[in-house]
Ligand binder design. Structure first.
Ligand code: GDP
Length: 452
């Protein structure tokens, strides 16, 4: 149990209907009743109408106050919430009075950190809380809520227990070599296969949740004047980028954030890719190439009204890590623009294994089809509707667990197998925050806002 009592404004700073100031810790009631005219809260969870006063007993606001008794509160400690009117100054004054009367200023995420330390939630659920706060779409909120209510924890516990069971059986066989094997080799492989398949499903749910919160990066690239800036405007539905018919006018990278079918997308318009003597334009081309490398999907724009011969050599293809360029399998979409003009490029003559689409950025034809194609490519086979919210670190830990289990399966020595299973199991526990060190917790909770 933590001894200090912390306070913070839990609502966003700004004018609104109400502001909520939260106090958590052993002295929550003692400290808050010093600045309220009501001196007791008989019923936990009940809102009491009372007055907020300063230290000279001047009434500052008519407020509502509620208390929650440890351990049945968000943090697992005594909590008082004071609901003032939603002015910036009144909320600030209320917090200052609490601090003057003995509360300490809460650090970012400290209420949730205490909730974790007091065993009210595990780390995966804390990530769910963050997911809901940061969500930009309904699907992302649902993923956060599924995680917060414990779906990820339950699945991790289930897989963990299966690994532990298998590990124990293997260890019994290792400890008593003179006895007949407790578990048959074929059974071990079957059980490992079941664990692998469950982990793969879980990773796919978590990847979907990760995608919903973190989105993808798209770069629009192509030669000057093919209509890249026009395409960005068409996708955004606004006149964001400067469109001119002078080649080489987009020299900087323009970044915009949008939702495509609920998926957060950061989209960058780059300088036209061409050999150039102009130093500034050349820098733009360099930036464009870097942006392509860092993006998940590259929209390679061609002007369909001008004959172009296109081969893989010309394409700044954004490939999947393992895909050979020749296969065309990667994440480039060829966008054949200016479909409103007479077409000089036959779409069927373009590399057949790269997705392609004909659009007119000017007339907005084909734009919603392009968005659907981007969405399908980003989401691949993962079902966003069953996403679970995780951090990048938690997703890495899950993947590492899977790799260790696969190694265990491929190993011929039971000794090594048991070791691999043990390491895989420890990785899973890390996701729940079991035995988590201060560094991991600092890292996790610094991503929260003050007051959460
Ligand atoms: P960027 O240099 O690749 O960014 O190209 P811009 O977006 O600046 O467009 C270059 C020229 O092509 C401008 O004159 C645009 O109006 C024109 N343009 C862009 N898209 C289309 C289109 O779909 N149809 C037609 N007819 N013209 C277009």
């Amino acid at each position: 149990m933590v001894e200090s009592t912390i306070a913070a404004i839990s609502t966003a700073l700004g004018e609104g209907g109400i502001a909520i100031i939260r106090i958590s810790g052993p002295d929550a009631v003692t400290i808050s009743t010093k600045i309220l005219t009501r001196k007791n809260f008989d019923i936990p969870g009940k809102l009491y109408l009372t007055n907020l006063t300063d230290n000279d007993k001047n009434i500052l606001d008519r407020v509502l106050a509620v208390n929650f008794k440890a351990p049945n509160s968000y943090t697992g400690e005594d909590i008082v919430e004071i609901h003032t009117h939603g002015g910036i100054l009144i909320a600030r004054l209320c917090l200052d009075l609490l601090l003057k009367n003995g509360a300490e200023s809460a650090q970012p995420g400290e209420f949730t950190r205490r909730s974790f330390i007091n065993g009210r939630i595990d780390l995966s659920q804390a990530e769910g809380v963050l997911g809901i706060i940061k969500s930009q779409s309904i699907e992302a909120i649902k993923a956060g809520a599924r995680t917060l209510t414990g779906e990820l924890s339950r699945k991790i516990h289930e897989i963990h227990d299966e690994i532990l069971n298998l590990q124990s059986n293997l260890e019994i066989d290792l400890d008593f070599p003179e006895h007949e094997n407790f578990i048959e080799d074929s059974n071990i492989e079957n059980e490992i296969d079941i664990i692998i398949s469950k982990l793969k499903n879980l990773i796919s749910q978590c990847s979907a949740g990760f995608l919903l919160n973190n989105g993808i990066k798209i770069t629009i690239a192509g030669s000057p004047n093919v209509g890249k800036s026009s395409l960005l405007n068409a996708i955004l539905g606004t006149e964001r980028a400067i469109v001119t018919d002078i080649p080489g006018t987009t020299r900087d990278i323009i970044n915009e954030n949008i939702l495509i079918n609920g998926l957060p997308v950061r989209i960058s318009d780059t300088a036209g890719l061409r050999e150039t003597e102009n130093v500034i334009e050349a820098m733009g081309v360099e930036l464009a190439k870097n942006s392509i490398n860092e993006s998940d999907i590259c929209l390679y724009v061609l002007d369909g009204s001008i004959p172009t011969s296109l081969s893989f050599g010309h394409l700044p293809l954004k490939m999947g890590d393992s895909a050979a360029p020749e296969s065309g399998e990667g994440s480039t979409i060829i966008v054949l623009n200016k479909s409103d003009l007479e077409q000089k490029i036959d779409i069927n003559s373009l590399p057949h294994d790269i997705p392609k689409i004909s659009v007119s950025a000017k007339n907005l034809t084909g734009i919603s089809e392009l968005k659907n194609l981007i969405y399908d490519m980003a989401v691949k086979n993962s079902k966003l509707s069953s996403g679970l919210n995780v951090s990048a670190q938690q997703l890495d830990d899950l993947t590492e667990s899977l790799n260790l289990i696969i190694e265990a399966k491929n190993s011929i020595s039971d000794d090594v197998r048991a070791d691999m299973l043990n390491s895989a199991r420890i990785n899973l526990l890390k996701i729940l925050g079991i035995d988590a060190g201060d560094e991991l917790l600092d890292n996790m909770f610094s991503r929260f806002c003050v007051g959460k």
